[in-house]
Design a protein around this ligand. Sequence first.
Ligand SMILES: Cc1cc2nc3c(=O)[nH]c(=O)nc-3n(C[C@H](O)[C@H](O)[C@H](O)COP(=O)(O)OP(=O)(O)OC[C@H]3O[C@@H](n4cnc5c(N)ncnc54)[C@H](O)[C@@H]3O)c2cc1C
Length: 450
Amino acid sequence: MITVIGGGLAGSEAAWQIAKRGIAVRLYEMRPVKSTEAHKTGLLAELVCSNSLKSMEENSPSWILKQELMMADSIIMEAALKNSVPAGKALAVDREGFSRYITEKLEGLKDIEIIRKEITSIPEGITIIATGPLTSQAMAEELKKIIGEGELYFYDAIAPIIDAQSIDYSKTFFQSRYQKSEISIHSKERLSDTEISVDGDYLNCPLTEEQYRRFYEALREADRVTPRPFEDIKVFESCMPVEVLAERGYDTLRFGPMKPVGLIDPETGKRPFAVVQLRPENRERTAYNMVGFQTRLRYPEQERVFRLIPGLEGAVFLRYGSIHRNTYINAPLCLNADLSLKNKKDTFIAGQLTGVEGYLESTAMGLIAAINAIRRLKGLEPILPPPASAHGSLIRHLRESNPQGFQPANINLSLFPSLDIHTKDRAIRKKMIAQRALLEWQEYMRRINE
Ligand SMILES: Cc1cc2nc3c(=O)[nH]c(=O)nc-3n(C[C@H](O)[C@H](O)[C@H](O)COP(=O)(O)OP(=O)(O)OC[C@H]3O[C@@H](n4cnc5c(N)ncnc54)[C@H](O)[C@@H]3O)c2cc1C
């Protein structure tokens, strides 16, 4: 028997995957006895906010993840397709129909026992914890006892990620702060079609005073997301949203994330008036993170305002910035590759709690936790998802990110391993990544179902 705690997206998927293989599951869900701040019903797999499960555009990262889930016979994908509503290129669902479908299907399975109760301590035996971004206080305390006080987070403050191929390198330069300027060469002199040669860890976007003023004024006027009533967000000073810093005064950003000290623009031989630093998001440098640019601007506003930064005029945003209430663990420090806890090997973590972000990413981590919990029950070695698949890419994010300042990720191109062949054509690149992912995933499915 396997215990699953939390009947959200990940817990429902996990329970389904286990029960459909004829293994008994006890699924605990605290709603409707006790609710979270955002859920409204007692249904399993409730969507707490948007009814969109993101893009269905062929070869997009979210499409790849959906294909993989469908190949794994995901109940979440089945319910979504059966309850879809027109939404252009996105997969949107009738939220009530979607959750009801999953609830009824799980309730009808003989191998699942659903118990409506808040769990406050982790039971003995093989257990999957899928209590989500709004994990109850008592369970959060229990988790802290196992993984350590400082390794469970309650908010995330995320900066945007930009596709490296969309940056105008002629306006930027590679340099680390206080690096000797003679070895930093303007990036446009170093660019070739196949390779970007870099001398510093950071790609810098320098701003003149006029450019800074334009950016500053646009940022002050930009539209923001309104916090939800329960999101009384107290972010650390170091995670302050850029627009809040801008409110404090004209120069505050120049003493914070846009400070130019220690940087010399090789084009002018001078320190710029202000600088936005971009840090590589992966070893292959296919994506860059805007350092210190966590924000609550609305997504279209992020595009409008951040494209005023020199070099980012045509920026493609792989991930937008956000700040919200979110319980998640420091996965690189606390999790094994099979999603079990390093300090409690029979306990698996699933869903958003692992450090992924989004409905389907959470579902995916329910699937992987279930596959590995079953293997543990049967005394088999774990089989890890292939590295080039969307699932494997998410797992790599959890395993290989820097534990210091670990931030959740949704599926995006920067998480996939880069291709052996270099192409500037984004559509071809996406197609090749998708084909490789699905081919490997097919083989993985064959192995786990053997
Ligand atoms: C306010 C908010 C809005 C979001 N909006 C979106 C969005 O629009 N799009 C998107 O892709 N993602 C969104 N997310 C992120 C995330 O993808 C979803 O929250 C997703 O539901 C996470 O899946 P999960 O299974 O990990 O957690 P959940 O779906 O939240 O499931 C966890 C379940 O565990 C239960 N539970 C908690 N503690 C206990 C306990 N101690 N004992 C028993 N049961 C317990 C809860 O009642 C809940 O049913 C949002 C998150 C939040 C917090």
